[in-house]
Design a protein around this ligand. Sequence first.
Ligand code: MD3
Ligand code: FE
Length: 197
Amino acid sequence: MLHLKQYLNTSQQKRFLELARQIPLISPLFQPVMPNGKQFNCQMTSCGDFGWISDRNGYRYDRLHPFTHRPFAPMPKEFRDLAIKIANSIGEFDYKPQSCLINYYPISGRLGIHQDNTEKNLLPAIISISLGDDAIFAIGGNKYSDRIHEILLKSGDIIVLHGNSRLFFHGIKRIVPFTSNLLKNGGRLNFTIRQVI
Ligand code: MD3
Ligand code: FE
């Protein structure tokens, strides 16, 4: 894992936010349920060729939004360019940014400890961009029982999950309210850019 602190400056963060705000107009945010019926404590949508879906039938990537039944909004070129630039910097020269999952956490939002293994191709890096309020991010190892440590993710930070950390257990313990004024109504946005197939 690579933690690029304050990778995006304030004006770049504002630009990414402006691009992100267009996505739910085409692909609305929704609060999915897990296969066990429990609701996620954040809202999600995606852009790009595929979106990540969770419902009673399980976790998967789909080309169509689960409620509009239309293709997801295209991934902004600035997102794709940033992901390719970062992938290249870690030696991934064929990186294809095929999906960007957008998670919105209200100040009460969180995300339980899990592994990201829905992708058919588990080798390419995942690139995560944080905007808005700080988050206490928890990351462990390859086993659920591995000891976890906490990392503070701030607006403009990027983390890159590659190599050995790609299948590490991780989650969002909590949002730290009122730590950023980027989002008018507070809370936190996270973008995870992925190559899915
Ligand atoms: C560590 N999102 O969407 S991003 C997710 O802040 C997810 O919304 C969190 O976990 C969020 O699946 C954390 C950072 C992240 C993304 C993928 C990872 C950390 C990861 C994959 C492996 C290990
Ligand atoms: Fe995850």
